[in-house]
Design a protein around this ligand. Structure first.
Ligand code: TIU
Length: 220
């Protein structure tokens, strides 16, 4: 393996220590009638990155590198849903309400599932998370420690919410983090651009950004 061409400078891959983490590529954020749409967002932007997320996942699988998936969701009894989260944003349907794809953002419901094109395969870890960050109230820290993972490539949605929150959490825990530019998206293009810029500012204060092609070329 070689260094990945990245910003603000090349990302040196540590053999055996790199994993891909795919954040919340769920129907609830990509399809009409889901959580993202209930918050008033145009979800079509998310659907457009599916091919790039898919080829990144396939590249990691082909290289024998771990792929970890996360899902933002809550228990059916809502015991892990703070009222402050449930009531935020005046959505048309709130978390736990019955929507066209089942109960909004509830574990096991059809709308909460990961999009079929980028779904986990047998043996891949799936982290269900009640927060925006993937470390809060989950087993992610243990999974990474057990796998001797020290570096994370990030994909998924949305760039400035769950992706950036998790990158910041990982960065503080000592992981080197690289965001795959074409494999992440926001409902707001200007927020994606700002998140990318603030991640790599100040000499990679949160992490690196790189193009999917450059990541794939380096891990092949
Ligand atoms: N996964 C994720 O980013 N959850 C969100 O609620 N994102 C929004 O942009 N709302």
């Amino acid at each position: 393996m070689i260094a990945i061409k990245a910003e603000p400078f090349p990302f040196t891959v540590k053999p055996g220590a790199l994993a891909l983490i795919v954040i919340d590529m769920q129907r609830d954020f990509a399809e009409p009638g889901g959580f993202g749409a209930c918050l008033g967002n145009d979800v079509s932007r998310v659907a457009k990155i599916v091919p790039d997320v898919k080829r990144l996942i396939e590249g990691f699988r082909a290289a024998g590198l771990p792929v970890i998936h996360t899902m933002e969701c809550h228990r059916p009894d809502l015991s892990d849903l703070p009222p402050a989260k449930r009531d935020r944003g005046n959505p048309s349907l709130r978390i736990g309400d019955e929507g066209p794809m089942g109960r909004i953002l509830i574990s096991g419901e059809p709308g909460t599932a990961i999009l079929p094109e980028v779904a986990p395969i047998d043996g891949e870890v799936v982290i269900e998370k009640p927060g925006k960050g993937a470390f809060y109230a989950t087993e992610l820290a243990d999974v990474l420690k057990k796998g001797a993972i020290q570096q994370l490539v990030f994909a998924g949605v949305t760039t400035e919410v769950c992706v950036q929150t998790t990158m910041r959490e990982a960065n503080d825990r000592g992981y080197e983090c690289l965001l795959a530019e074409e494999a992440t998206e926001s409902y707001f293009p200007e927020f994606k651009a700002a998140a990318m810029a603030m991640i790599r500012a100040q000499g990679a204060v949160v992490g690196w950004t790189a193009h999917v092609d450059d990541i794939l070329e380096s891990i092949a």
